[in-house]
Design a protein around this ligand. Structure first.
Ligand code: AMP
Length: 283
């Protein structure tokens, strides 16, 4: 695996890889776990060359968020990516990606519009502008045939699907299933912030999703009823602050009145200072 730090070299390497065959991109912020590696495995199965990126994108963090303390484990990440069969790793410094940062913002940004203000975008203003901007840059640098994202970040997927359509990116977005720990908690780089007690508290998140799934399977599909039941289940949990519990259209992120097949049931909550998200699609 080659580790590449500059945009110029990355563009050169990707240009020559594209001449040899198809190219799959797995964008990450590092601190890799089995969720990330499932994306790499899928990309490995579907492309001639697999490219991963590790970049903790300052543009998608709010002023009071965890940019400084976000886990950075490059050496270990490299070993895992190498074992996963990645050929090229793009790991640029922030100054390489944003050399013209002006008042902490680059001059050109990609604004996905209203969709970027829903779900996580409502609680994290500007977050999806940061995501859309960095992903646009990665798409331009790598020009992949396919790009792999996790269903765990369902709102991010919706924003990026819209962006790919609106801006005519010539690539396929591939959504990959959520990978969970044996206790049911969705894997996340942020899980390592949790104390043992907090981790037990966090298990209320997958648990409430399981209860909602069961209710839906039993025919209880009205969103207001489901949300009320979910919120009351979580209301009893101390140490957990619900950000949102929502039943929405997975493409627009707008609320739907009933949890019909295809609807997205999504949750975000803070356990201590750690913000966790999870979801499922109604079958
Ligand atoms: P991150 O490093 O958190 O930005 O995540 C990079 C990619 O990995 C994103 O597309 C995430 O949706 C995906 N991802 C993160 N956690 C999981 C998980 N538990 N299962 C599947 N994909 C995941």
């Amino acid at each position: 695996m080659r580790i590449i730090r500059t945009i110029e070299e990355m563009q050169r390497e990707c240009r020559s890889a594209r001449r040899a065959g198809s190219l799959g991109l797995v964008p990450t912020m590092g601190a890799l776990h089995a969720g990330h590696l499932s994306l790499v495995r899928r990309a490995r199965g579907e492309n001639d060359t697999v490219v991963a990126s590790i970049f903790v994108n300052p543009l998608q963090f709010g002023a009071n968020e965890d940019l400084e303390k976000y886990p950075r484990t490059l050496e270990d990440d490299c070993e895992q990516l190498e074992r996963g069969g990645v050929e090229l790793l793009f790991a640029p410094a922030p100054e390489e990606m944003y050399p013209r940062m002006n008042a902490l913002k680059p001059q050109t940004m990609v604004d996905p519009g209203a969709i970027a203000t829903r779900l996580d975008g409502a609680s994290r203003p500007g977050h999806f502008i940061g995501v859309a901007t960095v992903v646009t840059k990665l798409f331009h640098i790598v020009q992949p045939d396919r790009a792999y994202f996790g269903q765990k970040d369902a709102a991010q997927l919706a924003v990026l699907r819209q962006m790919v359509r609106d801006l005519d990116f010539d690539l396929e977005l591939v959504a990959c299933p959520i990978v969970r720990d044996s206790d049911g908690l969705a894997l996340s780089s942020r899980n390592r912030y949790l104390s043992e007690t907090q981790r037990r508290t966090a298990l209320a998140i997958p648990k409430v999703l399981r209860s909602l799934r069961t209710r839906i399977e039993l025919g209880d599909r009205r969103s207001p009823d489901l949300l009320r039941a979910g919120e009351s289940e979580l209301g009893q949990k101390s140490g957990l602050a619900l950000d949102y519990l929502a039943i929405v259209d997975p493409d627009t992120l707008l609320p739907v009145p009933e949890a019909l097949p295809g609807a997205l049931v999504a949750i975000a909550a803070k356990v201590g200072e750690t913000r966790l998200i999870d979801n499922f699609i109604v079958e």
